[in-house]
Design a protein around this ligand. Sequence first.
Ligand code: SF4
Ligand code: SF4
Ligand code: SF4
Length: 371
Amino acid sequence: MEELGKEEIEKLYKLSNCNMCGDCLDEATGCQFLGYDHERAVKEVTALIEGRDTPVLEDCITCQACQTFCPNGVNIFNWIIHRMDTEKTWIAPGLDRLNLYGLLPGLEKPWVMQKGDPDKPWVSVCLVHALLGPPGDIEMYKDSRIFKDLNLLGGTMNCLVGMTHAGLENATGPACLEAIKGNIDMYNTFCGGKEIIFSHDECIASLWQGEEQGLEVPFKHTHIVQYLNEYLKANKKDIKPLGLKVAHDSNCSIRYGPSREAWFDEFYELIGCTRVERRYDRENQLCCMPNFLLHRSAGAPERGVLPDVERAAEARKKNVDDAVAHGATHMAFICPGCMGNMVDDCLNVGLVPVNIIELAQMAFGERKARW
Ligand code: SF4
Ligand code: SF4
Ligand code: SF4
């Protein structure tokens, strides 16, 4: 990987804005996974910014949350992942020699899942549904009024922001940016430049990240919740308010692109659900931590860090317990990967896991929850 000059580093990561306050890594105000008090957070963030060794480069679980904790606009997570990637501190030995940026999205070629009205938009049904989602996920798209006449695109995957879960750089790095560019060309050619509605938050977040880095996306790109809200408003008379108390669970890529919170709030209101206010929602949402399999070590007990499998189980348990404690009966996911990862945790505490698309279909009486 090419070395960046000082000016380029400043442009990408804005490190000179950092006043070493430590808030991003302090457990009281920021990172929920490293277990740092204020003093330790200041020490480690100083080492991070100054380019010195720090256990953060091995122990961070790549949840991306600190990217939004900084009040001074430092791109702190982007800097962490840049260092992890260039210094190869995180990824499991051997995996670093694979071109994961090309490998994962190249698993399956794009194909037409449903041929709709040629003048209507496409819906990208991300491959993550099949790879990591819970059983029956793809069924959501079949025979639903919500997708009637739309063109369904199967087999694609643009979860390149999620490469960070392998200790690899996001779109601030050239390899990821190149992969996003390749996917933009593929989408544009396959869908004839028509609007694409992205069913997976992470796929559209990768496009938004690419745009921030100067890529042009020549087709209209729409988030699934923007589309659902428009559909719900246009078909208000058919909605039967669900009256459910729902714990919302966002995914890691929510940290990039425009804020989706107002879209989610509107969505729950339109289907007559209450989004319960709880600790691990909005800017404090907890990562489902699916990444430990790619990590080079199984945690670092000698540094007071739990093995990754235990940290992951602990994080998921904290998340579902918080939902139940705040009165939720359902947990709604926008990421099929997170949902696949957390189905058992939800069921163990009596929470019904649902994808937000299913919730909209339930409001039209089209289906029941799968569990
Ligand atoms: S990155 Fe931001 S939050 Fe973290 S220490 Fe620097 S100024 Fe504080
Ligand atoms: S990415 Fe997550 S785990 Fe890593 S330092 Fe930031 S908040 Fe902590
Ligand atoms: S599965 Fe969840 S945590 Fe993983 S890449 Fe998708 S959104 Fe991120």
